[in-house]
Design a protein. Structure first.
Lengths: 114, 112
């Protein structure tokens, strides 16, 4: 597609439930990133995929968070047993190759855990 | 981990005024970028800087990559209402594919 597409745009879930957030990057972009934006905070790096290399998971805050990228394209971020502190906007970005040319971000998924 | 200190946190300015915001780090960054985020949207790249001392303009925007590689500033001249939003600095600490580190943002409000 023309841009990075994320779904759903909004998600309200009950504490303890699992959620899946989807990211469809720009076609041909080999790098895909997930960031989290909490209220009043900057963008917190979560995980990074580059081609067929093993993902950089160094930003995942706990083992309740995981992500996969199938076929080098669509990515799913899964949060298990959601907690209220998981409430945030989850942003996905893709780039042609690495960060040097900047990322193209999606509009994000606003997750609210009640 | 590496952090970017962005200031000010927020600004209220009159339409037509110039704006300046900056970002500093205790460590060296090889690339500096400035993004703007509108409400309900993802950040959009405004300017990218790749060399120490580089000064780059994009319309009313001007940004510089500090000579020490530990800081950058963004200036907006003659602000207009559509400049409202959150401005983020971002840096890449190493070459290659290291993910960008982002500042906490400067929230700009423009009073007509």
């Amino acid at each position: 597609g023309a841009g990075v597409s994320q779904s759903p745009s909004n998600k309200v879930t009950e504490k303890g439930k699992d959620v899946e957030l989807r990211c469809d990057p720009i076609s041909g972009h080999t790098a895909l990133y997930w960031y989290r934006q909490s209220l009043g905070q900057g963008l917190e790096f979560l995980i990074y995929f580059q081609g067929n290399s093993a993902p950089d998971k160094s930003g995942l805050p706990s083992d309740r968070f995981s992500a996969e990228r199938t076929g080098g394209s669509v990515s799913t971020l899964t949060i298990q047993r959601t907690q209220q502190e998981d409430s945030a906007v989850y942003l996905c970005a893709s780039s042609v190759q690495g960060a040097i040319y900047g990322y193209t971000f999606g509009s994000g998924t606003r997750l609210t855990v009640v | 981990g590496q952090q970017l200190n962005q200031s000010p946190q927020s600004m209220f300015i009159q339409e037509g005024e110039d704006v300046s915001m900056n970002c500093t780090s205790s460590s060296i960054f090889n690339t500096w970028l400035w993004y703007k985020q509108d409400p309900g949207e993802g950040p959009v790249l405004l300017i990218a800087l790749y060399k120490a001392g580089e000064l780059t303009s994009n319309g009313r925007l001007t940004a510089q990559f500090g000579i020490t590689r530990k800081d950058s500033f963004l200036n907006i001249s003659a602000s207009i209402p559509s400049d409202v939003g959150i401005y983020f600095c971002a840096g890449q600490p190493n070459s290659g594919n290291t993910p960008l580190v982002f500042g906490k943002g400067t929230r700009l409000s423009v009073i007509a």
